[in-house]
Design a protein around this ligand. Structure first.
Ligand code: SAM
Length: 618
């Protein structure tokens, strides 16, 4: 079949000959077909209204012969559809019981055929029994079979002209189902695009959901002057938003042009191929989208060479440091005869030493640089660079900055000990130790940093946390009270970030414990909170700054992704409701840790009490 980039399937209402359907679909460029698992006319009654059972008397086969396709094609080219007439949540017991039996029969068949994806229609918020059936089936299967819950993007009652007249929130249908199913990770979404286009906030919320496919009808297309199908601008824009989630498409409905079905496929492919693609940095970072990583602990652990190499690829961070150091040097009186003492504390393999040397050369200032590093592996690199590149202007000190007893004092301390949440790599504790050797009028670069929090809906991340359980030897919920570094992608920030903790250097108060209570207001749509996104910004010198906050992100900087503080149990929040979170930074002689708690709209318990699941070693 087609090897084009857009993955698009062709939907069939009924398939008399599957091999022919596949061949015709392939000729039009389609990558797979979606077909009813059982013929639409074959409605089965297992139980009559009087209670008697009839199923056993039927000797006809349930559906087509699996021999019509080799198993490899069943496993790669077919999406199976559950019969639309099933209503396992009907109030009529007869309908409900029949539907339930038929549903299990179809699910079993899909499992027998190894069909990778099953499309399950969700027709209303009344879905408790559907959730129960799906969850019990998921417990049976050992394969990676996925269930795409087929939901309209907007209520089918709403139109382009009237998007909210008496309409239901279809996200709520899905939210109920996945909540009942305990966020089962095999359940994801196939959203059916209708005439109406959702508001921007509703769309953002959908973009935070695990959307795998868009179902689009030929009815939605209009014909251009040459008789080719095209979409209205509002629908084009809508699809472009979903391209970022790398969704697949399913085209449904009859062709309405003599140019054939392939013209629909070609148009969708054209939209996809002409979408805006990420730049070089975006392409590099793409591999990290929604990928949970344990935060680094550069104080307790020694980083390896590869990790330093990744840091050093950042095209922006070191330029900003060089600029900050240059500004500092320019502010010093150039008539001063003594050389300016710069101490790079936590020098790694030397990129900040290099930045300081460049700044000195550009500003024509005399400097003496001490490169202090506690990682013996990185010290090997520093000593080599000192010998081969830098010469006597640089002295390498192999020591923990908290223990070093220098003979001179520094005019400038340069450090980069920051994590995704600012202070989470223990910059405050390390710099408290180092400020002893800063002159009275000495300066620290950075001189300030702050962390931020925002409530986050991130079902995909929440389900991936479950997979961290294997690696985790601590108590059974430890992986839900541990923060993760992650490039947030398939997630929805419910309310803008607010400042949490701030640190200034040098400082008099060396108590680095903190507490913050933050109050957010949800917008006009209900949402599910799976945790909190953490960010930071830092002031290096004067106005030179770095930030990973979404609204003032330092362009092209790749050194930090946000951090995610999960909740053990997701919390539902209504529109315009308050969200209140409490965050603590706590410490003992050997450890620092965070604890967090939600008190509105619902109470959670205290996460990571006493640092039982996650801590940072001092
Ligand atoms: C985030 S890395 C930054 C390295 C380098 N400055 C860069 O920008 O590529 C932090 C470095 O500080 C070092 N470090 C952390 N705590 C330290 C301490 N207390 N004393 C000395 N070095 C420390 C780590 O070993 C690591 O090399």
């Amino acid at each position: 079949m087609s090897s084009k980039k857009l993955s698009c399937g062709r939907d069939f209402f009924a398939v008399p000959n599957l091999a022919v359907a596949l061949e015709n679909g392939g000729k039009c460029g389609f990558d797979f077909v979606s077909i009813p698992l059982v013929h639409p006319r074959y409605k089965r009654d297992f139980i009559f209204a009087d209670g008697s059972h009839v199923r056993d008397t039927i000797s006809e086969p349930l559906t087509r012969n699996d021999l019509v396709l080799p198993s490899g094609e069943w496993m790669s080219l077919v999406v199976g559809k559950i019969s639309p007439w099933l209503n396992v949540d009907s109030y009529d017991e007869n309908i409900r019981t029949n539907s339930e039996k038929a549903l299990f029969e179809e699910l079993m068949l899909s499992m027998h055929l190894n069909i990778p994806v099953v499309l399950v229609p969700l027709l209303s918020k009344n879905c408790v029994n559907l959730a129960r059936c799906l969850l019990s089936h998921c417990g049976l299967i050992k394969s990676n079979q996925a269930f795409w819950i087929h939901v309209p993007l907007t209520d089918p009652k709403s139109t382009l002209e009237c998007s909210d007249c008496d309409s239901e929130d279809t996200w709520d249908w899905w939210n109920k189902l996945r909540t009942f199913c305990d966020n089962e990770r095999r359940l994801s979404l196939a959203l059916e695009i209708g005439c109406a286009v959702p508001s921007s906030i509703v769309l953002k919320r959908w973009l935070g959901e695990p959307v795998r496919a868009l179902v689009i009808s030929t009815d939605l297309f209009i014909m251009n002057r040459k008789g080719f199908p095209v979409l209205k601008r509002c629908h084009q824009e809508l699809l472009c938003h979903f391209f970022k989630l790398e969704v697949q498409f399913i085209l449904t409905g009859a062709s309405r042009t003599e140019n054939g079905l392939q013209s629909y496929y070609q148009y969708l492919d054209h939209l996809y191929m002409t979408r805006s693609v990420p730049d070089k940095m975006g392409a590099f970072a793409k591999g990290y989208n929604d990928y949970l990583q344990n935060p680094l602990q550069p104080l307790m652990d020694n980083l390896d060479s590869h990790t330093y190499e990744v840091f050093e690829k950042d095209p922006v961070k070191y330029e900003k440091y060089e600029k900050a150091i240059s500004c500092f040097l320019k502010d010093r009186d150039s008539s001063e005869l003594h050389e300016i003492v710069i101490m790079v504390v936590g020098a790694g393999r030397g990129p900040l030493v290099q930045a300081a040397l460049k700044a000195a050369s550009k500003t024509k200032m005399h400097v003496k640089i001490y490169a202090v590093e506690k990682n013996p592996g990185a010290v090997v690199t520093l000593r080599n660079r000192q010998k081969d590149e830098w010469g006597s202007v640089v002295t390498v000190i192999s020591c923990d900055m908290r223990d070093w007893k220098p003979l001179v004092k520094a005019d400038l301390l340069v450090s980069e000990l920051l994590g995704s949440f600012g202070d989470n790599e223990l910059s405050p504790e390390c710099l408290d130790g180092a400020q002893r050797f800063l002159k009275g009028d000495g300066v620290s670069i950075p001189f300030q940093y702050s962390s931020y929090l925002a409530p986050l809906s991130a079902p995909k991340l929440y389900s991936s946390i479950e997979e961290c359980r294997e690696r985790d030897k601590k108590h059974f919920l430890a992986h839900y009270e541990t923060p993760y570094v992650v490039r947030l992608w398939n997630a929805y920030v419910i309310s803008p970030p607010q400042i949490c903790f701030s640190f200034n250097h040098p400082k008099k108060d060396i108590n680095n414990n903190r507490y913050a209570c933050l109050r957010f207001r949800n917008g006009e749509v209900a949402a599910t909170i799976h945790g909190f996104a953490g960010y930071f910004d830092t002031m290096l010198y004067e106005s030179v700054s770095l930030s990973i906050l979404p609204e003032k992100e330092t362009k092209d900087m790749i050194s930090w992704f946000p951090i995610f503080f999960p909740l053990k149990k997701p919390i539902q929040v209504c529109s315009f409701a308050n969200i209140e979170v409490h965050m603590w930074r706590c410490s003992s002689l050997k450890r620092v840790w965070y604890e967090w708690l939600v008190t509105e709209p619902e109470r959670s318990d205290i996460h990571n009490a006493g640092g039982r699941s996650y801590w940072i070693g001092l």
